[in-house]
Design a binder for this molecule. Structure first.
Ligand code: ACO
Length: 378
């Protein structure tokens, strides 16, 4: 069968059949395994949500407890990974460090049969457990400090903030971070998930699958946008400057970071949740003037671009939340990866169930039968 129509960016082209998540971009609906994101944000935890995504159903109490214990057991990093990280330049981007570390994990665990459920579970647990430790360790090591050991008495979200900031987080901060992890965990076939699926379809090891996805998430048109949103808000500097800044960018046909989405043509439901979380944080820990700039920018963009269906996406308010939680700007995307690894693993597992290697076609636009010109005659 040949499909002749070329769709740039594969827009609207189904590449798989999936039961993991669902998005209605016109109505602003996001569901994981059929459960609305708002319900999970309010009632679930990250590890429970990860379990739901990967193993299709919410775990029982016993299943969740066993899963949490396994994660706790595997949180520590191997000394050799830490030694490898010591050689990384401190000026390097943490997403590059994370990609290298995720790939390096594969060196330690020999590849086994991909239909072995024990191997699948071990890989899931190791990746979910170790990625937050890697992100926090890189942050401390680039400051010249020793990494902080994970704490078994803290849950997944609180432990990450503890390892990062070297102090136990405020319970509200930990709770809000947990919600951030839940709402970033999965989002149908975005660029990084597709990247994970393509890599998975070759039947390579799961660490290579996750390393591919991390590399893809890093780009400024994808997860990297949250960093650029903060830089943009800082550049705008004041509420008064919002409209002149916007007019200037639109005149130059430049993108407004944190706005627009291939699927959502209304405000991203995750942006709505993140905005609420930002307000809760500001109420408890003090206001952030960049929030006023952000809300004014949202109003101005809606007036100018709302007609084209351009509204805040998930990356617009996440940076303001992360900053208040003490997360440095260049860790916003690694923090996104900590959460999204759950979705990538769910798609890895789904891909293996009905695998066929991805091998799309192209519409050739080059020449034919061109004679070779020897180097002296060129
Ligand atoms: N600012 C200004 N105009 C925009 C923006 C934006 N952020 N996004 C889209 N548009 C305009 C385009 O200029 C285009 O206008 P035109 O039809 O008049 O030429 C129209 O909207 C459609 O844009 P496309 O590029 O075709 O949309 P696409 O679906 O390919 O891109 C994307 C989606 C990459 C997210 C885009 O909206 C964008 O670049 N946004 C800014 C970066 C960003 O915030 N990325 C994070 C996305 S969420 C995530 O990945 C986790």
């Amino acid at each position: 069968m040949t499909v002749c129509e070329f769709r740039a960016g594969l827009e609207g082209v189904p590449v798989t059949q999936s039961s993991i998540s669902f998005v209605d971009g016109q109505k602003g609906i996001l569901e994981y395994r059929g459960i609305p994101i708002q319900e999970l944000a309010e009632k679930s935890t990250f590890l429970e949500t990860a379990y739901l995504l990967i193993w299709k159903e919410l775990p029982t109490k016993e299943e969740l407890e066993a899963f949490k214990n396994e994660i706790r057991y595997h949180r520590r990093l191997k000394y050799r990974i830490r030694d490898m990280m010591k050689c990384f330049p401190e000026s390097g981007h943490p997403m590059d460090a994370l990609q290298a570390c995720a790939a390096a994990l594969g060196l330690f665990y020999s590849r086994r049969a991909l239909d072995d459920p024990t191997y699948i579970r071990e890989a899931v647990v190791r990746l979910l457990a170790k990625i937050p430790t890697m992100v926090a360790a890189f942050q401390l090591m680039r400051k010249g400090n020793d990494p902080v050991q994970p704490r078994d008495d803290l849950n997944y979200a609180a432990n990450f903030l503890y390892m990062l900031n070297e102090k136990e987080p405020d319970p509200l901060a930990a709770k809000i971070f947990e919600v951030c992890l839940v709402i970033h965990a999965e989002h149908t076939i975005n660029a990084s998930t597709f990247s994970a699926m393509v890599t998975a379809s070759t039947l390579t090891d799961p660490y290579a699958v996750i390393a591919s996805a991390v590399g893809t998430l890093a780009g400024p048109l994808h997860g990297g946008a949250s960093e650029e949103v903060i830089e943009m808000l800082e550049e705008i500097g004041s509420v008064e400057n919002v409209r002149p800044y916007l007019d200037d960018r639109l005149q130059r046909k430049a993108r407004i970071m944190g706005f627009g989405h291939r699927v959502y043509k209304v405000k991203d439901p995750r942006a709505i949740i993140l905005q609420e979380l930002a307000e809760q944080l500001f109420e408890k820990f003090g206001h952030d003037k960049y929030y006023d700039i952000a809300t004014e920018l949202e109003r101005a963009v809606e007036e100018k671009l709302g007609g084209k269906g351009i509204y805040p996406n998930v990356d617009f308010y996440s940076g303001l939340v992360y900053r208040k939680l003490g997360i440095p700007t260049d860790l916003f995307t690694p923090v996104f990866a900590i959460s999204r690894v759950a979705g990538w693993l769910a798609h890895w597992k789904e891909q293996l169930n009905e695998n066929r290697i991805f091998r799309p076609t192209q519409i050739y636009t080059g020449l034919h039968s061109v004679p070779y010109v020897s180097i002296d005659d060129r």
